[in-house]
Design a protein around this ligand. Structure first.
Ligand code: HDE
Length: 749
């Protein structure tokens, strides 16, 4: 009996190429005029009237598109949009063609400035549900038990332009807009818990250093260049963040498998006015996973939209990504320190072993945006969007951010009314006294937008703290001299990076050494390499020696005795078992594979929440014995990086479009036999990237031809495909077959 295909097995579910779902209806040429598609939830806005009182939409939904006929921006119907108005068919175009001018003028202004940092991003809608566990320390309504709050989350890279690749080595933004009943709260965090600098005044400098060189504008979306390494070696407070960037955290597997951090210490306020200092953490339900560097590089070329696609596909398939929000809590003492760590220093973290992360709510991303520009591009975050119960501290980095975000939106979104853009609109009632400005879309009533007034009946009235007003915590500010200085506690730039490095497993340290070596080897100036080696010598001599060896430079001695720090095991990504939901299995097959067994294997994979993608010599269907089986990928378009594990269902021969005869001969003479060279590449890469490999029905020969062992760490060969799958699934719980990485020089002291 033929096994299920994605054509017939999942009626009623959304269709995603390569994922379960119904077959889309055939494309037809439309002939009858019809209304636009009904609006989605995120295309709704408040009820709107024109200035003359016309009710714009009865349902009450403001839509960009209405009616079945093409109109101009004024709603006048058009009969043609393909021809300019001309004096005769071959004559000159007339200036009086207002439709041409409106169309071209609007087009000329379609682009807005991209974000100065975090330009490349992807976003999703979702919902946050409070556990109620934070209510003891925070009065914010959205943290109450089972309170559900709509959210919009944007993930981003920092350095690259809007069109840059997703998988570059960089920090990732993790910005969440909570549309709470008490106003908008933005938690504008990163996937790295510390920052490069301790004072906002240096932000333009660090960004100038990290962005492409101003003369040639290269490299794009990279820190592997002289100015970046010049800056971080001269501003050693950047060492901790840089070390995280050079670790596997700098190349996440997906947005779904990233942690998030609020970075700064915030102050929560309870119903009685009591305060607690906290650090925010987002913990992904799927675990924290990264790429290996070669994978990230290949993916950057093969699928620059990899993270964006992964997020959208997962949501579309109903595999909603989830994170738990947690807080580390610290007493709000006058010193604002915890076990000697200055909580106002954003280059420091408090180990989770000392202050456990306590879960306070669950975030699920449940819907993709309907329009990238309207939502993902126009969303405007601001750390100053706070709600009663959440207050700031005197972290000097945060202070600068509180100014910067609102300022940048004025340029980027063209004026001060960006809060009126649908994605930025609060869900709480607004009654402000802000008026006019570019792109004002409110038609305000009343004549007295000032307080107090007598002409508008005194409206709007103030709320007291008991009526939900945002009241700043009355923190005592001591009288002091004005200075441009940092406190002495900000001077320790080595002990925290050292703790991070010592908390990593041997293989993670090896990756850090390789990343530093790669990046510094891209610098032209030896002086910059040497200065960075001096910084590393003060973090860990093993790290310094490894990088120095790679660069062919002598390793300097530490400039001071090394800090005696206790490692924090929570900082390592290894040693955990994670759920396998959403993991992608590539299954190599051809007409000669046992297709009946393959079909039932696909069903088992789907039932366990993973994604099976059959990789075949050609598109369409495999129709051999036990078929048909639909191919989701072909030898021509699949690359190992897309898969978390690779299964080989038999020994597939050469694809119909295999490389030219010369390459095939080369592959064969290199021991590949009749196996398609692209399959050999795929398998050998998966092996090199420490992915689980499974084979049956002759698949072991492919392993051999690809130069991989047929047994050993993470290699499963058996007759029964289901038995292979069971073992591979178990291996996936650890994400990679870590033992496969060769032990390197990770000696540290
Ligand atoms: Fe930002 N940052 N930042 N930043 N940041 C921006 O705001 C800024 C910092 C972060 O998806 C900009 O709307 C200053 C830390 C994210 O739209 C800008 C300083 C953290 C995003 C800005 C920092 C962040 C931004 C550019 C030093 C982690 C993307 C466009 C004081 C806690 C938000 C924009 C999105 C974006 C300024 C440091 C996170 C220019 C001055 C620390 C996730 O306003």
């Amino acid at each position: 009996m033929p096994g299920p295909t994605h054509d017939d097995q999942h009626d009623g579910e959304p269709f995603i190429p390569g994922r379960p779902g119904p077959k889309p209806p055939p494309l037809e040429e439309p002939t009858e005029p019809r209304e636009p598609l009904p609006p989605k939830k995120d295309q709704s806005g408040p009820e709107v009237y024109t200035a003359t009182g016309e009710h714009l939409d009865a349902d009450p939904t403001v839509r960009a598109q209405k009616g079945s006929r093409l109109t101009n921006a004024q709603g006048t119907r058009l009969y043609d949009t393909d021809h300019s108005l001309k004096a005769g068919e071959r004559g000159p175009v007339l200036l009086q063609d207002h439709h041409l001018r409106e169309k071209i003028t609007h087009f000329d202004h379609e682009r807005i400035p991209e974000r100065v940092v975090h330009a490349r991003g992807a976003a999703a809608h979702g919902v946050f549900r409070g556990y109620g566990t934070a209510s003891q320390v925070c009065k914010a309504a959205f943290l109450g038990k089972d309170v559900e709050t709509p959210v919009f989350v944007r993930f981003s890279t920092v350095l690259g332009n809007r069109g840059s690749a997703d998988t570059v080595r960089d920090t990732r933004g993790f910005a969440t807009k909570f549309y709470t009943s008490e106003g908008v709260f933005d938690l504008v965090g990163n996937n790295i818990p510390v920052f490069f600098i301790q004072d906002a005044i240096k932000f333009p400098d660090v960004v100038h250093a990290a962005k492409p060189h101003p003369d040639r504008e290269i490299p794009q979306a990279q820190s592997a260049h002289d100015t970046f390494w010049d800056f971080v070696s001269l501003h050693t407070e950047a060492t901790h963040h840089t070390l995280w960037n050079m670790s596997d955290r700098g190349i996440p597997r997906s947005f779904r498998t990233m942690e998030g951090f609020g970075v700064h210490t915030f102050r929560l306020v309870d119903a009685e006015g009591g305060t607690t200092l906290v650090k925010f953490h987002w913990k992904p339900k799927l675990g924290v996973h990264s790429m290996v560097w070669e994978e990230a590089q290949i993916t950057g070329g093969m699928d620059p939209d990899f993270h964006r696609r992964d997020l959208a596909d997962a949501i579309e398939a109903g595999a909603f990504p989830e994170w738990e929000l947690g807080i580390q809590t610290f007493p709000d003492t006058p010193e604002q320190t915890f076990r000697g760590i200055d909580l106002l220093d954003p280059t420091k973290i408090v180990p989770e072993e000392w202050a456990p992360v306590q879960p306070i709510g669950l975030l699920a991303l449940t819907a993709n945006p309907s329009n990238f520009f309207a939502e993902t591009e126009q969303v405007a975050f601001h750390p100053g969007h706070l709600v009663p119960g959440v207050d700031i501290t005197d972290d000097p980095l945060l202070a600068g951010r509180l100014f910067s975000y609102i300022d940048t939106q004025i340029t980027r979104l063209g004026g001060p009314n960006f809060a009126q853009i649908p994605v930025n609109r609060t869900h709480a009632p607004v009654n402000d006294m802000l008026r006019d400005g570019l792109h004002q879309s409110g038609v305000h009533s009343g004549v007295a937008p000032y307080q107090p007034n007598s002409l508008d009946g005194g409206c709007p009235f103030f709320a007291g703290a008991g009526e939900g007003a945002y009241v700043e915590t009355p923190v005592t500010v001591e009288r002091a001299s004005k200075v441009r200085e940092s406190p002495a506690s900000f001077a320790d730039h080595t002990s925290h990076p050292r703790r991070f490095y010592l908390s990593l497993s041997a293989v993670e340290r090896e990756h850090v050494i390789a990343a530093y070596t790669f990046e510094l080897s891209k610098c032209y100036e030896d002086a910059i390499k040497q200065r960075n080696l001096r910084v590393l010598a003060d973090i860990d001599p093993g790290l310094c020696a490894g990088v120095a060896a790679g660069l062919g430079l002598p390793a300097p001695e530490p400039s001071a005795p090394l800090a005696d720090v206790e490692p924090s095991p929570a900082l390592s990504q290894l040693g955990h078992t994670w759920p396998t939901d959403g993991r992608v299995l590539g299954i190599i097959a051809d007409e000669n594979s046992d297709l009946a067994a393959l079909s039932s294997l696909r069903s088992t994979v789907l039932d366990s929440g993973m994604v099976p993608l059959v990789i075949a010599p050609h598109g369409g269907e495999l129709t051999g014995s036990g078929g048909p089986v639909v191919a989701q990928r072909t030898f021509a378009n699949a690359r190992s990086v897309e898969f978390d594990a690779v299964l080989i269902a038999g020994a597939p021969g050469m694809g119909a479009d295999a490389y030219g005869a010369r390459d095939v001969k080369a592959a064969q003479s290199a021991g590949g036999g009749n196996v398609d060279p692209r399959v050999l590449l795929l398998v050998s890469e998966a092996y090199r990237h420490a992915k689980a490999l499974g084979a049956w029905g002759g698949g072991a020969d492919v392993l051999a031809a690809a130069g991989c062992p047929q047994s050993g760490a993470g290699i499963v060969v058996a007759d029964d495909p289901q038995a292979v799958l069971a073992q591979v699934t178990e291996l996936l719980g650890a994400h990679r077959v870590w033992d496969r990485f060769p032990p390197g020089n990770t000696v540290s002291s």
